[in-house]
Design a protein around this ligand. Structure first.
Ligand SMILES: Nc1nc2c(ncn2[C@@H]2O[C@H](COP(=O)(O)OP(=O)(O)OP(=O)(O)O)[C@@H](O)[C@H]2O)c(=O)[nH]1
Ligand SMILES: [Zn+2]
Length: 353
């Protein structure tokens, strides 16, 4: 069981068989150039949304010819997941005219890939979002009560994927977030404080321009409220219940890309409303340490197989911090790293028990 899971998980990204690491017969994976056409005339597009075998893609982004197409995928891609944020090569009718269909023939190599497992004991991974370079983690100062371990799980997923995490703490009108934020003091994270009646729109927008940012957060933290404030055309469903119809929470379940416009340029917000569970069964511990470049360098002096956890004998990082070599913030930084590595160690222990 993932303790992230609140039972709602209506966004089911496809399993990506191409990313399963065990390859019993490497030769079978060689591209069969004879049978696969090259499609030299293909055009590269951005996948905005995925819905049951239909892909909404954006072509000629940012030019006067920009247009939205509906695409299917070529048969040779049927075993690979194509997800929001992917760049793909399309052929066929790329006019974008009503009723036309183009065809995806290639996935452009991804710069990053945010993945999750079904739960922590599950090594099978699902692809959530491709090519995001930032992750905005939305957490409420209160209601629901914030828990550092939950944020740690998002951080582990981000660091594992090589995505830069940013924190946005909402509902600061309900609670002073300082004490909670102290948990992350060592990470050098950019932190935004927000409340519904005073969202720091200019600052957050500035951080999003020029980036593809995936928004994650537990249900009820105010993520939709934030997305709607940043991208007024988004109209994401929020937790307000309509008293007239008695209906509310017509929550949309699919991951979407929303363009954020600012005088200085534009950026993309990738909202992942349906992804409630974030199993970390696939995470590689080395990737967590790699994100702490200063500590990773010192870790080269650690004994082989060092866990860097508080009980690790002769850990070079622990020694360096104790000697004050990492400065004033050293202890907080080590503490954060150990908490993330600890999260991971617990997961692995469960997996192999
Ligand atoms: N007091 C206070 N309430 C807020 C704030 N931001 C959002 N809320 C309220 O919190 C509730 C949940 O907000 P949503 O934006 O729907 O939260 P969400 O994270 O998108 O939740 P899901 O739709 O379940 O994914 C709503 O009733 C909001 O009005 C805030 O800054 N302060
Ligand atoms: Zn060590």
């Amino acid at each position: 069981m993932s303790w992230w899971d609140d039972g709602v998980d209506d966004d089911e990204p496809e399993l990506d068989e191409s990313s399963i690491r065990m390859r019993p017969n490497p030769k079978a994976n060689r591209p069969r150039t004879k049978t696969r056409p090259e499609h030299l005339d293909a055009l590269t597009a951005r996948v905005l949304a995925v819905d049951r075998g239909r892909y909404t893609v954006l072509l000629d982004e940012g030019t006067p010819e920009e247009r939205v197409l509906t695409s299917t995928r070529a048969r040779e891609l049927r075993k690979q997941a194509i997800v929001t944020g992917d760049r793909v090569d399309v052929v066929g009718d790329t006019s974008g005219a009503e009723g036309t269909l183009s065809r995806i023939v290639r996935i452009v190599p991804r710069t990053t890939l945010l993945r999750r497992s079904g739960d922590d004991t599950d090594a099978m991974e699902r692809v959530v979002v491709a090519n995001a370079d930032q992750m905005l983690i939305v957490v409420a100062a209160a209601n629901p009560e914030p828990r550092a371990r939950l944020v740690d799980r998002y951080l582990v997923a981000a660091y594992d994927a090589g995505i830069t995490p940013i924190l946005c703490i909402t509902k600061t009108d309900l609670q002073d977030p300082d004490e909670f934020l102290a948990n992350f003091a060592g990470l050098g994270l950019r932190v935004f404080r927000s409340r519904e009646d005073d969202v720091p729109l200019a600052e957050i927008t500035e951080a999003l321009v020029g980036h593809d940012t995936v928004f994650v957060g537990h249900s009820g933290v105010g993520k939709s409220t934030l997305v709607n404030a940043l991208v007024p055309t988004a109209e994401r469903a929020t937790g307000h219940v309509n008293v007239v119809t008695g209906r509310g929470r017509h929550t949309s379940s699919s991951t979407v890309s929303l363009r954020i416009e600012a005088p200085g340029g534009s950026g993309w917000v990738i909202d992942t409303p349906g992804v409630r569970s974030f199993g970390l069964g696939h995470v590689d511990t080395a990737n967590i340490l790699k994100s702490f470049t200063d500590l990773a360098e010192i870790a080269l002096e650690c004994p082989r197989g060092c866990t860097h956890l508080p009980d690790a004998p002769d850990c070079a990082i622990i020694e360096a911090v104790a000697e004050g070599r990492l400065g004033e913030n050293g202890p907080a930084r080590l503490d954060s790293l150990q908490r993330l590595l600890g999260t991971f160690a617990t997961i692995k222990a469960d997996q192999y028990s």
